[in-house]
Design a protein around this ligand. Structure first.
Ligand SMILES: Nc1ncnc2c1ncn2[C@@H]1O[C@H](COP(=O)(O)OP(=O)(O)OP(=O)(O)O)[C@@H](O)[C@H]1O
Ligand SMILES: [Mg+2]
Length: 267
């Protein structure tokens, strides 16, 4: 029996009077690549931020390896954060540092390793993402795809057990996006990590996922293997997965009370 690495337990998150996540439950299983799908504004990034301990749920809890994030001390939370890797949408590199120094940063901050060892580790990580020859470049000299690779090299600097990605292929051309997907799969296989990927790029989702979940209306409406999702007859899943212009998602947007809004009535 595979054990859950992360358990999202009845999490509620509100911003103002808007309930973004409404009693969300989710298990992330060890070694899987879980893709979280959902429309823009459905709360994917919010959920990811809670799973990495950057944002607290209003209600409910998130457990990692059986330990509640909400009950962790500051030291425990810091230890958790250094045990995971996160690739943010922009790559989030420090512009004043070379690629190599960006990757070395977590090693310098969180280990006592001598600099020669750090240099070697940085080379290994850059080789893994195909950027070894660009180690001395500055972020401004990199293309979007190279920035993602550099961000990924930094995310794996401390050999994380869990990797989180927020929209890893957003803004990339289809070939570069495919390459990043291959890299995500490769890292999953080579490093044996558990991966959680937030995306709305369906091609990418189908390439990397071992399991997919669809977030809608603050809840997970479905979970399945890529094949199950592709063959699903659920109208919402069908519209999302196949990018159809007709279906529950667009019906909902159109039925937004436009006339009442124009007349100044509350909607
Ligand atoms: N810090 C915040 N303060 C107020 N509202 C927020 C905050 N963060 C997110 N929201 C709101 O919560 C909802 C979900 O946002 P979130 O960024 O999680 O969506 P998403 O699914 O990641 O969307 P996208 O696909 O566009 O990235 C949105 O309506 C957003 O405006
Ligand atoms: Mg987002």
């Amino acid at each position: 029996m595979l054990s859950p690495t992360i358990q999202v337990l009845d999490v509620i998150k509100r911003f103002g009077n808007k309930t973004v996540l409404d009693r969300v439950r989710l298990d992330v299983i060890e070694g899987e690549t879980l893709v979280i799908l959902g429309g823009s504004g459905s709360g994917k990034s919010t959920l990811l931020r809670m799973m990495i301990g950057n944002l607290k749920p209003d209600e409910g809890d998130i457990e990692v390896y059986g330990k509640s994030l909400g009950k962790m001390s500051v030291e425990e939370l810091t230890a958790y954060r250094t045990s995971i890797g996160v690739l943010f949408q922009s790559g989030a590199l420090f512009n004043s540092m070379s690629v190599a120094d960006n990757v070395a940063l977590p090693l310098r901050e969180h280990t006592d390793l001598p600099d020669e060892t750090i240099q070697i580790m940085v080379k290994i990580k850059l080789e893994l993402v195909g950027l070894r020859e660009h180690a001395e470049k500055m972020p401004a000299e990199l293309s979007g795809g190279m920035k993602k690779r550099a961000g990924l090299a930094r995310a794996i600097a401390l050999d994380p057990k869990i990797l989180f990605y927020d929209e890893p292929s957003a803004g990339l051309d289809p070939v570069t996006s495919h390459e990043i997907d291959n890299l995500i799969k490769d890292l999953n296989d080579k490093l044996g990590v558990t991966s959680v990927v937030v995306t709305h790029e369906m091609d990418s989702a189908f390439r990397i996922a071992s399991r997919m979940v669809l977030l809608d209306g603050g809840k997970f409406v479905v979970s399945g293997t890529p094949l199950e999702m592709r063959e699903s007859t659920d109208p919402l899943v069908r519209q999302f997965v196949h990018g159809l212009t007709e279906g529950p998602l667009t019906d909902r947007r159109r039925g937004g009370g436009y006339e009442r809004d124009l007349l100044g009535e509350n909607i």
